[in-house]
Design a protein around this ligand. Sequence first.
Ligand code: ADP
Ligand code: MG
Length: 210
Amino acid sequence: MMGLTNEHLAKWLEKTNAKIQENKTFLTNLDQAIGDGDHGINMSRGFDEAVKKISSTEYKTSSDLLKDWAMTLLSKVGGASGPLYGTALLKFSMSMKDKEEVDYSSLTAGIEEGLNGLIQRGQAQEGHKTMVDVWSPVVTFLKEQPAFNPEGFKEIAKEAMEKTKDMKAIKGRAAYLKERSIGHLDPGSVSSYYLFSSLAEVIEEEGVGL
Ligand code: ADP
Ligand code: MG
């Protein structure tokens, strides 16, 4: 079986949700240090709702599944992260509209479209200490590789997430702290790391040919 099926996409969402629930307090603590302390709560609520929706619905296409995931985050999550993740997943969904299967090139294109949506919506660039700092290197890595490399992919996402610690925030709530934002991980980059490490784990565990 080539490519990610809807079952794989649902597993990706469930795995990401499991990591978010496990680390809800950690995400909230990170956001308490440089934001308003709701990132864990926002992500926990949104992803729980998305799992409920997707696990109780039959989807004909991957585009439809991704669209519901996106719409749930857009409608259930307050704060910056809901609209940002929602927009990214919606762009991913739209890019899958005319595709038969989520193979390596459509996965790469979908995540790249997601990143473009994120940038369009949030106006952040790389180095501004936002989730863009994880999404952008992940896209670059996908485009460089000939096929999906789970270990390398996870490593890239992890390193990118860790690098946000030394950055000064230019966008998002943390930007109000200016220099004082340095020395703390960006909460949205940590949740994005959960999203991407979950994707790699599903691909590995399910033996998805990509
Ligand atoms: P809020 O900032 O509204 O409280 P959250 O706490 O849920 O929302 O999410 C904060 C995260 O959102 C940040 O850690 C950052 O990664 C991301 N973020 C905030 N603003 C932007 C932006 N303009 N562009 C990209 N990501 C952003
Ligand atoms: Mg917050």
